[in-house]
Write a protein that binds this ligand. Structure first.
Ligand code: ZN
Length: 165
C-alpha cells in the first residue's frame, strides 16, 4: 500500500447518511482505483444498501469497463446482492437467518456471537460487479448490501476497481 495509504486516510468525506447510518470515505489512492470506506452501523443486525457508495467509487475512478470488487474485512459482517425495490426482502432474509441460526443455540465459541459468524459466512465477504460504460451492470432489482450481524460497530468496506476485465 505504501506511504500514501496513511497520508490519504486524512481525506475524510461524508458520502451518505441513510437511516442514521454514517458512511465516510476514508481512503482514495492509486488514481481512485482502491478505496476504503468506513461505515457506522446502528443496530445489532441490519442490511445497509451500499449501492450508491459503490457507484460513487466507480464514478470517481473514471473506469468505463472492468469490474469492481467489494470486500468486507470482518468475521461477523458480510456483503450480499439482492432486491432493493421492496425493503421487506432483506427483512425476510434477516428474519429467516435468525430463525435458522438463533443467538443462543448451544454454540461453543466463548465470545457468544457464533450466530453472527455463521450468518457472515453465509452472506460472504465479497462480491464482484461488472462495470460497463462507466456503470454498474446490476440487474434491475439488484442492490449491494452491507450485512451487519453483530453491531452496532464501526466497520470497513474495501473497494477495488479493475480496468478492462
Ligand atoms: Zn466471535
Amino acid at each position: 500500500m505504501g506511504l500514501c495509504y496513511f497520508e490519504q486516510r486524512m481525506s475524510i468525506m461524508k458520502v451518505s447518511g441513510k437511516n442514521g447510518t454514517s458512511v465516510r470515505k476514508i481512503i482514495n489512492e492509486f488514481e481512485g482505483e482502491n478505496m476504503e470506506y468506513e461505515i457506522k452501523t446502528t443496530k445489532a443486525q441490519e442490511f445497509i444498501d451500499i449501492t450508491d457508495i459503490v457507484k460513487e467509487a466507480v464514478n470517481k475512478s473514471g473506469v468505463m469497463d472492468g469490474s469492481v470488487i467489494v470486500f468486507v474485512p470482518h468475521t461477523t459482517a458480510g456483503v450480499t446482492i439482492n432486491e432493493n425495490a421492496d425493503p421487506n426482502v432483506v427483512y425476510d432474509i434477516l428474519s429467516a437467518l435468525n430463525k435458522a441460526f438463533p443467538e443462543n443455540n448451544g454454540y461453543r465459541h466463548i465470545e457468544g456471537n457464533s450466530h453472527a459468524h455463521i450468518k457472515a459466512s453465509l452472506m460472504g465477504s465479497s462480491c464482484t460487479v461488472l462495470i460497463e460504460n462507466g456503470r454498474l451492470k446490476l440487474g434491475t432489482w439488484q442492490g449491494i448490501y452491507f450485512c451487519e450481524f453483530d453491531g452496532p460497530r464501526i466497520r470497513n468496506i474495501y473497494i477495488k476497481i479493475i480496468k478492462g476485465l
